[in-house]
Design a protein around this ligand. Structure first.
Ligand SMILES: C[S@@+](CC[C@H](N)C(=O)[O-])C[C@H]1O[C@@H](n2cnc3c(N)ncnc32)[C@H](O)[C@@H]1O
Ligand SMILES: O=C(O)C(=O)C[C@]1(C(=O)O)C=C[C@@H](O)C=C1
Length: 244
């Protein structure tokens, strides 16, 4: 996997909209590790959750798979070789690199990669569906339908893992967590200019919601149980269960 350093916003740039293009794909492992507190833990625990919930002969989906970090974590932890892991991403730049990452991994479980909008992908006979930092980029009015299709495509006993940047109803807590996130980025070597320019570029693309909004949508889709299993500042991961 590429370990190029993310310098995309180091110099003044046009406040262009953030895109998962070639430039971002090139530096993505460094960018996401230095930008998302808890990312490494979330990916590793996604693998453990997948290992626990994968049922024989089922499908596991990684929606918005980028370079395949969560796909690989699942593959390393699933021990039914008749399962299939399906990675989906609508960025050609990401998916091409993801393919070469998966090709160099020698675990057994078959992986198929699809360059597609996750909203067009049929979800069926699934035991695990992962959305790690992806739903936040889908238009809000389309999120209910995405979560509903995931619920309906899961086998009873299956799980969804949903990791997101979140916002807080309480304005003081919102400000505090945004500030702490920026401190985290600064501690990881990003300058104030990089932080400000990236924030502006993400403004109308990454639209976070509160944990209450996520939980309400998940319950509304019919999931029986749901809660946060990890949170650091304004980044959280939820697990949702569909009962047997
Ligand atoms: C922050 S990255 C996800 C990181 C990845 N899940 C991981 O754990 O390393 C978000 C990804 O979602 C993809 N994406 C955004 N909207 C999408 C959509 N509608 N359909 C499929 N992929 C999408 C982007 O191309 C990008 O690669
Ligand atoms: O919120 C930010 O500042 C981020 O950089 C977060 C985030 C994300 O959550 O996906 C945004 C874009 C990149 O994919 C990496 C990280």
């Amino acid at each position: 996997m590429s370990d190029s350093r993310d310098n995309i916003y180091a110099e003044p740039v046009d406040p262009a909209l953030f895109r998962f293009d070639d430039k971002v794909a090139e530096v993505f492992p460094d960018m996401i590790k230095r930008s998302v507190p808890g990312y490494t833990t979330i990916v590793a625990m996604t693998g453990l959750l997948a290992g626990r919930y994968a049922s024989p002969g089922s499908k596991l989906y990684d929606l918005g798979c980028s370079l395949g970090a969560s796909t690989l974590a699942m593959r390393q932890n699933v021990h039914h070789s008749d399962c299939e892991i399906i990675g989906v991403d609508n960025s050609q730049a990401m998916l091409e690199r993801c393919r070469s990452v998966i090709d160099t991994d020698s675990h057994d479980v078959p992986v198929s990669l699809h360059c597609a909008d996750l909203q067009d992908v049929v979800i069926e006979d699934a035991s695990v569906v992962v959305l790690n930092f992806t739903l936040q980029f889908i238009a809000r009015e389309e999120r209910d339908a995405v979560i509903q299709r995931i619920h309906d495509g899961l086998r009873p006993g299956g799980i969804m893992v949903l990791s997101e940047k979140v916002t807080f109803e309480d304005p003081h807590l919102d400000e505090l967590n945004i500030d702490l996130h920026h401190n985290f980025k600064r501690a990881n070597g990003y300058s104030d200019l990089e932080i400000a320019q990236k924030r502006q570029a993400l403004e109308n693309y990454l639209r976070p919601e509160t944990l209450a909004e996520h939980k309400q949508r998940i319950a509304g889709a019919g999931f029986d149980s749901c809660d946060v299993w990890f949170q650091c500042f304004n980044f959280a991961s939820l697990v949702a269960l569909k009962q047997q």
